[in-house]
Structure formats: C-alpha cells, structure tokens
Design a protein around this ligand. Sequence first.
Ligand code: UDP
Length: 242
Amino acid sequence: MTAPKYKRVLLKISGEALCKPGTGGIDGGRLRRLADEVKLVVELGVQVCVVVGGGNIVRGTAIAKDSPIEESTGHYMGMIGTVINALAVQDTLESIGVPTRVQSAIAVDRVCEKFIRRRALRHLEKGRVVIFAAGTGNPFVTTDTGAALRCAEIGADVLLKATKVNGVYTADPVTDPNAKRIERLSFNEVIDKRLKVMDLSAVDLCQRNRVPIIVLDVNQPGNMRDVVQGKNVGTLIDGSES
Ligand code: UDP
C-alpha cells in the first residue's frame, strides 16, 4: 500500500454535501457515503479533522435578507446549524467504528466540547477524527475561513476542500464538455483571477500559513484516499507559480 503523503489533513465539507441537491436538511445516505470515505483515510493512519458547513440549514446573509432577523443573528443561527451537522457527522462516523470528538467554536456545553487547540491535537494523536463546528465563532465569515484558520492552528498538512466537481476546471464541466481539469494553481492565481474556489479570506490565510489546498470531489469513491496518498486527483493550490 502506498504510504500517505500527508500526516494530518483537514476536510472541509459544505452543508449542502449532506443533503440531496436542491433540498435542505440532512440525508442519511449521503452521510454514510461521506463517513465511508473518511474511514478510508483514517485507515491509512492519517490524522483527520473535518470542518462542516451549515448551508443546508441556515446561511446568515440569506436568512436576514428581507426579514426582521439582524444579519449578525443570522450568522449565529448559521453557526448553530453547523453544530447540528457536526453531530450528524459524528454519529455516522461512530456507527462505522471511527472514534470522534466534536469541538465547537461557540460553547454548547451539553452537546460537544469547546474548541481547545491542545485538546484537539491530543484527540488527533489518539486517532480520533475531530469535527470542528461553528466555524470561527464569529459572524460575517464562513466555514471556509474557519477551515483555513483551524488548519493553521493545528498544523494541518493540507486543506481538502470538497466540491461537487473534481477540482477547478477551465469552464463549468457540467455544461461544457471541453472543460479541462486544472491540475495545479498558485494562491496568487486564485486570488488575482477571483477563482471561486473558497472565500478569498480563506485562500489568503492558507497562503500566509503555507497550507496547500486540494479541491476534490469526495463523492467519487476512493478519491480522498487517493489524494492523501499523493495521487494526481483534483486541483492542488499552493505557493508555486505555475
Ligand atoms: N458562519 C459564521 N461564522 C463562521 C462560520 C459560519 O457566521 O465562522 C455562518 C454564516 O452565516 C454562514 C453559515 O454560518 O453562512 C453557514 O456556514 P457556510 O455558509 O460556510 O456553510 P457551507 O456553505 O459550507 O455549507
């Protein structure tokens, strides 16, 4: 078996990855498939963290629009949505024998731990998957930024950004048959061309902390394991000028 290229990885999944397209809520089948993919990576002996979004439940800006809800309240609601998703991911992973801990950036003491960096590191060393909930704990940003922040804090070797398509393409691969996968991009290209890979604040944090990003489709069985083993899957974004 190929030795893993990375020792500690952070997977960022959006809330929408947990529900059927165009719906909201949480779909058991999608949860199970995702957990199976995470387990394949854990079985390589790699330390895994997961940052889960909340778009399937609440997006702060959207819920506050044309409503009496203040935008900051909407963002707090969004963060609470990510805690709901984190609990769902936790139970699903544990149902297939993967030990986990959920750590939240906002205190929800009865349901999960608070984010404590050194404690998270200890969990990882013990082989537990650490699921980070509530993003950064602050309104007006997204869980992409939360993921980049946690990568820097816990020293992740790579941020795996799960998307619907397998990487960044020259055009939309869903509508354009000539669209080609871009194997490698630099942080500067992503920022300068405003490529919609992740929030710019997240890309900036990764660049400054030298955390490479790999954009990939985790719905393709074995894809995440292949990436962790260094195979050419998805799009690698790093400090190199291509
Ligand atoms: N959110 C926030 N601060 C954070 C992370 C998230 O206020 O650090 C709120 C924000 O309103 C966001 C919502 O939580 O829209 C859900 O997160 P996100 O949109 O990142 O979820 P995803 O798109 O990944 O499903």
